[in-house]
Design a protein around this ligand. Structure first.
Ligand SMILES: [Ca+2]
Length: 268
């Protein structure tokens, strides 16, 4: 008698059991929001500072912008990282600013729609340091087009703030319905990965792959509660020093650096 039928039967049974076990392992225990398929459509690894993608942020009157400078030494490519610095201004005698900071943005060059944006970076600490990764509306006025703060870190905090702003939160002042920010722990001495996902009806924040805060679109008669899906946003990566939120700068703790390894965007 041939053993082939018996062999085939055993193989069939093993395959059948395998399929059943695999299927039962995949049965969801809840009803999580489906994650759209992720397709990497843009990445920056900072082997150079590519002027077709990035511009140095100009000086401005807002607190975050008042020390911005195009001084070359504030922008260093080192071991495949973009190093942005905050320094005491002992180098530009014609510039009255007491401190100088480096920042770059993709304004008018690259803008991001619905999808997941990720940034891997290490933030070094100093009293008065306020590094930020954030999004502003490309081609739409502020704050109607919305602001998404992926990461803001103060001083030597071991956590970051993740926040949205809009006409609804700024002009109308509605910051608790829904709550417009969260905080998230980081490892302050290491690289962390910060991410935001922009959906048609919510903005979702992450740190190191853990979901940390969600801002939803809600039913409301008030205008402009959720402008985040109405258009694209450009990315700002910048060192900031001093201001009413972070407080005074301790110049003895400068220079301070932020080191950005890469940025990735996955279009939904
Ligand atoms: Ca890199």
């Amino acid at each position: 008698m041939s053993l082939e039928p018996l062999f085939n039967y055993i193989v069939y049974e093993i395959l059948y059991l395998f399929v059943i076990l695999t299927m039962s392992a995949c049965i969801p225990t809840g009803t999580p929001t489906p994650t759209p398929p992720l397709t990497l459509t843009w990445e920056e690894n900072f082997n150079t500072l590519d002027a077709s993608r990035w511009s140095k942020i100009p000086r401005g009157t807002a607190g975050w912008q008042k020390h911005m400078s195009d001084y070359d030494s504030l922008y260093v490519i080192r071991d495949g990282k973009l190093v942005l610095k905050g320094i005491k201004n002992t180098v530009l005698p014609a510039d009255a600013a007491p401190y100088l900071t480096g920042g770059v943005y993709t304004k008018d060059k690259v803008a991001f729609g619905l999808g997941r944006l990720e940034i891997r970076a290490k933030l070094n600490a100093a009293k008065g340091a306020w590094p930020a990764f954030w999004l502003l509306a490309q081609g739409r006025p502020y704050p109607q087009g919305g602001e998404i703060d992926i990461m803001e870190r103060l001083n030597s905090d071991n956590f970051v703030y993740q926040t949205v702003h809009s006409t609804y939160t700024i002009n109308l002042g509605i910051k608790d319905n829904p709550k417009n920010y969260g905080t998230a722990a980081i490892n302050p001495n290491a690289y962390n990965t910060y991410a935001v996902e922009k959906y048609a009806d919510k903005v979702v924040f992450y740190v190191n792959g853990t979901k940390t805060f969600t801002y939803p679109k809600i039913q409301t008669t008030q205008p402009d509660q959720f402008p985040y899906a109405d258009g694209d946003h450009y990315l700002l990566l910048d060192m900031q020093l001093g201001g009413s939120w972070v407080g005074t700068v301790d110049g003895n703790q400068l220079p301070v650096e932020m080191e950005i390894d890469w940025v990735k965007f996955y279009k939904f």
